[in-house]
Structures are given as structure tokens and as C-alpha cells.
Design a protein around this ligand. Structure first.
Ligand code: CTP
Length: 411
């Protein structure tokens, strides 16, 4: 059972969409709005969409002890939107309404999706509350930047409901797998064991495009899905994530800082800038090894009958440069390799040539790899290790990568 907590902000209307995403996927959801949330969206809406009665205080159905039962029996609590006030109450352990009491009694993972004006989000009080909640194992997504209520814009927007839903599924999946393995994936403070909390990680995704002229480019088929799954998995484990995305047409993962680039040169600048403060860099992007030696400012025209050959020059190898320079001591550098044959031998050779700590060797072809939902891979370590990740979702592979990275991070 999932508890959807809704605090009193205008973004409460977006939580209706989030609720539908849960219920349409078969989840049983109890909605717990705060009293002020009901000023934005009324109880009948929540009751009709969830199929359950809705209360805001601890005085209804007292014989069922709801302030304890809901938290105890939840598999996940999602608070969306989480306002500055709700975060403050949760951080200080208040129990002044049903949602706050549920957060105190929850023994499951808790995911907060904050939404508020930029000033409130950036205020040291809110930041301290967020840090407190994160230190206890809660996943607090950074809000998206963009248009806020009224004429204002900046960081503070509720991430898109579909992305909060994806984050919630990742958190649930990880918690469930922790229990499958007999270990407690979350702590008594109602939080996950977030092994990447306090870490900054950089993930590159998608495929670069190297322009020939204003309308043509040399590119590749990378969809960005594996890189986005790697970013989401890091967010669900508590990391601050910079996602450098090359030509990806996917929605921003909730909580990630997304930097959009087009070419290998732009990707190099963005990755290097973010890597200066990163604990780990995972280069999932398909970066063009070469680019046209010249880019025409105007559209190239057909001349005569024979096509002109295209002269190419080498692009910098971002992964090899990072692995060599190590902009931050102890940084873990991870590369990807797509191979069609001699997968392991080619992978070992590539790992050594790049100087990375880990190489995710991906067998492409046979319905695996580019553009597909599933992926299988072997994680090769510079220490000689090899971990097989059987064919499964890109999310599973992403989590296996972070397991390997977390084990290599300095304490
Ligand atoms: N990479 C990079 N910069 C480049 C090229 C690749 O950082 N200019 C990174 C990719 O993000 C990926 C890994 O290096 O992590 C892929 O290695 P690469 O040698 O480029 O793979 P292929 O192009 O498949 O190599 P080859 O054709 O030699 O097999």
C-alpha cells in the first residue's frame, strides 16, 4: 500500500495525475492531504480517484488508530507536493496532523517531491530541513526549475508527475529487492539505506551529433534511456545528479540537474565542469569518435555528379581524459562499451586503454542495447573483477552499476 501525502501548495492539482498513475498501474493508494491541501483540491476528488475515504486529522475512525496504522502498513510514502512547512514539520518530528503522524510512524521508504517558491526553497531553514531528512534516509528530490505561480520562475516547480512516479517505482523496486535478499533496505527512521547520499555524480546520456552543415549531422541511434535509468537509480539512492544529455527526447528525471548538449565538444565541456565536484562519473553517452573537419555555415549543395568526400578529425576522448586527469581524488570513472563480438576480450582491452575504474560491456544485437527496454552486460573492473548482469530492465543494470561504484567510493 502506498501513502500519497499532499501538502498545501498550488501544485496539489498535479498530485491528482500522480495518483492516477499509481492506481492505473494497480497500486493501492491512501491519500493523506494536509488541511491546507484541501483548500486547493477537495477531499471528494482524492476519495474518488483513490477509492478510499480521505482524512486529514487523527480524530476520524479513531478505533482504527489511523495515525499509526497508515505509516506501519505503507510500503512507500510519497509526499507531493512537499511544501516548506511540511518539510519543516517532518524534519522536526511534529505530529500535528495525520500526514505528519504518518511520516513519524512510517518504517518504509519516504520520497518527498518539494514544490515552493524559489526563495522558500533556497532559504537556509528549508535547506537545513532537507539535509536533515536526507541524513535520515529520506529521498528528497530537488525541484525542477521553470515557471512558478504568478509571473515568477526559478527552481521550485514540482517535477512532472510521470517523473515522480518513475522515481517512486525505482525507490520501491530497490526496497523490495533489499527485502528479497533478506537485508533491510531501509532503516528504522523510515528511510532507505541511501549509499549515495551526500555524493555528487555525473551521468552522460544520449548520442552526440556532429554537424556537417545547418541541417545535417553525423550521429548515432542512442535513445538516452540507459543513461536516464542510471541517473534515476542514483537519485533513488540519494545522490545529487548532474545529467549531461546529448539529443535526448525524454522527460527530465525528477530531481536531476539536466545539462543539454549537442556535440562531443559541448559534452566534454559540460562533463568536465560537473566532474570537478563529482564523486563518480558514468559515461553512458555514445560520443562520436570523429567529427567533420569543417562545418559549412550554409547548406551544402550538390555539385556535379560525384559527391565530395567528408574529411573527419578525431574528437577528444572524454572518458580517457577524465580517467587520466582525475579532477577529484578518489573519483570513480565508469565507461560503457557496446560490442557485437569478442565481447569480454574487447571489453578488457578497452578498459585498459581508457584507464577507467569500471567498464560496462554491453552486448548489442539480438534485441539488446540501443533503443530497447532491456539490457544485459558485464561489469569489468580495473581490479580484474567481472560481474555478469543478466538480461533485465535498464533500471536493474543501472542499480548494478551503482552497487559497483558505491563499493569503490572512498568512505
Ligand atoms: N567516449 C568518450 N569520448 C569519446 C568517445 C567515447 O567519453 N570521444 C566514452 C563513451 O561515453 C563510452 C566509451 O567511451 O563510455 C565508449 O568507448 P569507445 O572507445 O568510444 O567505444 P566505441 O566507439 O564503441 O569504440 P570502438 O569503435 O573502438 O570499439
Amino acid at each position: 500500500m502506498i501513502v500519497l501525502g499532499v501538502a498545501g501548495g498550488i501544485a496539489a492539482y498535479k498530485a491528482c495525475e500522480l495518483l492516477r498513475l499509481f492506481t492505473e498501474s494497480g497500486y493501492d493508494v491512501r491519500v493523506v492531504p494536509t488541511p491546507s491541501a484541501l483548500r486547493f483540491v477537495g477531499a471528494p476528488t482524492w476519495a474518488a480517484l483513490s477509492g478510499h475515504p480521505v482524512h486529514t486529522d487523527v480524530w476520524s475512525d479513531v478505533h482504527e488508530v489511523p495515525h499509526v496504522r497508515l505509516g506501519q502498513s505503507a510500503d512507500l510514502v510519497v509526499v507531493a507536493p512537499a511544501t516548506a512547512d511540511l518539510l519543516a514539520r517532518a524534519a522536526t518530528g511534529r505530529a500535528d496532523d495525520l500526514l505528519a503522524a504518518t511520516l513519524l510512524t512510517a518504517r518504509c521508504p519516504v520520497l518527498y517531491a518539494p514544490a515552493m517558491h524559489t526563495e522558500m526553497w533556497e532559504h537556509p531553514a528549508t535547506q537545513a530541513n532537507v539535509a536533515t531528512l536526507r541524513s535520515r534516509g529520506a529521498v528528497v528530490l530537488d525541484p525542477a526549475a521553470g515557471r512558478l505561480t504568478g509571473a515568477d520562475s526559478g527552481p521550485g516547480r514540482l517535477p512532472e508527475p510521470a517523473e515522480i512516479f518513475a522515481a517512486a517505482r525505482t525507490v520501491l523496486d530497490r526496497a523490495t529487492r533489499g527485502l528479497d535478499h533478506g537485508s533491510r533496505a531501509f532503516s528504522l527512521a523510515g528511510g532507505l539505506a541511501l549509499d549515495l547520499a551526500g555524493r555528487h555524480v555525473v551521468v552522460s546520456a544520449g548520442g552526440t551529433r556532429e554537424p556537417l552543415d545547418p541541417v545535417r549531422f553525423l550521429g548515432n541511434r542512442s535513445s538516452g534511456r540507459q543513461g536516464y535509468a542510471v541517473a534515476r537509480a542514483a537519485l533513488a539512492r540519494g545522490a545529487e545528479v548532474t545529467l549531461v544529455a546529448a539529443n535526448v527526447e525524454l522527460p527530465d528525471p525528477a530531481g536531476a540537474k539536466v545539462v543539454r548538449v549537442r556535440t562531443a565538444a559541448e559534452m566534454r565541456d559540460a562533463v568536465r565542469e560537473a566532474a570537478a565536484t563529482a564523486d563518480a562519473v558514468v559515461m553512458v553517452a555514445a560520443v562520436a569518435d570523429f567529427r567533420p573537419a569543417t562545418t559549412s555555415a550554409t547548406k551544402i549543395k550538390k555539385t556535379g555528379s560525384d559527391p565530395e568526400p567528408i574529411a573527419l578529425v578525431r574528437n577528444p576522448d572524454i572518458l580517457a581524459e577524465l580517467a587520466h586527469d582525475r579532477p577529484r581524488p578518489g573519483q570513480v570513472v565508469v565507461g560503457f562499451a557496446a560490442e557485437t563480438d569478442d565481447v569480454l576480450a574487447n571489453g578488457r582491452a578497452k578498459l585498459a586503454a581508457k584507464g577507467a575504474d569500471l567498464l560496462v560491456v554491453n552486448e548489442v544485437g539480438e534485441g539488446r542495447g540501443f533503443g530497447t527496454a532491456d539490457n544485459a552486460a558485464t561489469l569489468l573492473g580495473a581490479d580484474g573483477s567481472a560481474v555478469d548482469v543478466p538480461l533485465g530492465s535498464k533500471e536493474r543494470l543501472a542499480d548494478a552499476i551503482w552497487d559497483a561504484v558505491a563499493a569503490r567510493l572512498p568512505r
